[in-house]
Design a protein around this ligand. Structure first.
Ligand code: SF4
Length: 295
């Protein structure tokens, strides 16, 4: 099956297309204040962010705009500030020059690593942690799903180079429906061999993409797939955790308005792509309503 990719672009100057609070981050990172920068040169066919940065102009990244967001992160009792995308790896110099002088929350960079970031180690020094999204376990899947046929080699080289440069790393793998044997397993196997000390996150909250171009991605993970993913991770011996499998149990964080996207897949599963306080309350209410209906 052939599918068409999207136009992958990075505009200048960078824009903050969205900022939100996320409860569904790893231990120690949540609640996180997320700053989404526009633009990405990849063309993942399961991307949810592209529609947002194309729809919302947002505000220009500047010292003033970052100062506003850093203040709001403190008001919302966030414990980290995470730059995400799009692909913020292309924006390191602009981020660095716009950082408020008195930023006191740890910064996290969330990248798809589509360039060798270890060559910019000085700019990365501003970040306490770099989260790398390693999406595929074989090039055929990367090519089919929009990331090109030369994905794995460069990604793995860059990850090893970052590790050897002493950059604090975490690897995330989005577990996709039908991609446990071809993508999850080889990813874990490679990490065990090459980067056994790097912590790993399994993202188990796959949400079907807005554009139905790939048949197997039009659903959420089945319970069996979730269990199999957890079993694979356990057997690997890596230091890992899973997010997105359940409602985060955090209370008392967050104020202010929150836009909550709700996606219902073909089987009727309700998905909340981002989990802030309002989404958390919505999910808890839906769960309670379901339980009341069960005799
Ligand atoms: S790397 Fe991330 S932002 Fe870029 S296209 Fe893929 S999912 Fe979207």
């Amino acid at each position: 099956m052939s599918v068409s990719g999207t136009t992958a672009t990075v505009s200048a100057p960078p824009r903050i297309y969205a900022a939100w609070q996320s409860l569904s981050e790893e231990t120690g990172l949540a609640p996180a204040y997320m700053i989404g920068l526009d633009g990405c040169r990849r063309g993942c066919l399961f991307c949810h962010a592209r529609g947002d940065w194309e729809a919302f102009a947002g505000e220009e990244l500047s010292r003033e705009s970052l100062a506003h967001h850093f203040r709001r992160a403190r008001e919302w009792q966030c414990c980290t500030i995470q730059f995400t995308g799009g692909e913020p790896g292309w924006r390191l110099a602009e981020i660095e020059s716009a950082l408020p002088a008195a930023g006191d929350l740890p910064l996290v960079l969330n990248t798809s690593l589509d360039q060798p970031l270890h060559l910019q180690a000085e700019l990365l020094a501003a970040f306490k942690l770099v989260i790398v999204s390693l999406k595929f376990g074989r090039d055929q899947c990367a090519a089919r799903l929009g990331c090109g046929s030369d994905y794995l080699g460069p990604m793995r080289e860059r990850l090893v180079a970052m590790y050897e440069a002493g950059i604090p790393l975490r690897v995330r793998h989005l577990v996709m429906p039908g991609h446990l044997d071809c993508c999850l397993r080889p990813t874990l196997d490679w990490l065990v061999r090459e980067l056994p000390l790097v912590p790993v996150t399994l993202l188990l909250g796959f949400v079907p993409p807005p554009r139905p171009q790939v048949p197997e991605l039009q659903r959420t993970l089945t319970l069996d797939e979730r269990h199999a993913a957890l079993a694979q991770a356990t057997r690997s011996g890596l230091c890992w955790e899973a997010v997105g499998a359940q409602i985060p149990a955090m209370k008392g964080h967050g104020t202010g308005p929150e836009l909550v996207d709700v996606v219902i897949d073909a089987a009727g599963a309700i998905c909340l792509p981002t989990m802030g306080p309002a989404a958390q309350a919505l999910a808890a209410g839906l769960c309670a309503a379901c339980e009341e209906e069960i005799p």
